[in-house]
Design a protein around this ligand. Structure first.
Ligand SMILES: [Zn+2]
Length: 147
């Protein structure tokens, strides 16, 4: 991290603090050249691939939507929030490490199904049997209600 005052290359972190929101890390740094102090803000960059829908259109991936679908399938099932968190993490990890810039909605649905199969068979069957196109959360919700 270059010093903003003298452009010196070497700076030292003197304090690290999470922000109230938790998604930003605030660091106090001291320049080895001019001894001045400055603050940097570090934010996690999440570059999830875009979702290619069945009709060929693209949409930004919305983890909240994926989670909503999983939660629906897991309705009244003995599965903890922590288990859903872990499943969501595995799905996002897989997408992030794949490096793909786009992912078909069908592939995304498969990833969700694989996770559900692992944590709850009933939810898996629910999801698999009503699953059509992943972006249709409302339709999915309706179908789940009908079961
Ligand atoms: Zn400096």
């Amino acid at each position: 991290m270059r010093c903003p005052f003298c452009s010196h290359q070497e700076t030292q972190v003197v304090e690290t603090r999470d922000s109230d929101e938790g998604d930003v890390v605030r660091r106090r740094r001291r320049c080895h050249g001019c001894e001045k102090r400055f603050t940097t803000y570090e934010r996690t960059e999440i570059a999830l691939p875009a979702v290619v829908k069945r009709d060929g259109t693209r949409a930004e991936m919305d983890p909240a939507k994926i989670r909503a679908s999983m939660t629906l399938a897991l309705r009244k099932r003995p599965v903890s929030v922590e288990q859903i968190d872990a499943a969501m993490e595995r799905i996002q990890d897989k997408l992030l490490t794949s490096g793909a810039r786009e992912v078909p909605s069908t592939k995304l649905g498969e990833l969700v199904m694989r996770e559900l199969k692992r944590i709850d068979k009933v939810a898996y069957v629910r999801f698999a049997s009503v699953y059509r196109s992943f972006e249709d959360v409302d339709e999915f919700r309706q179908l789940i209600r009908d079961i």
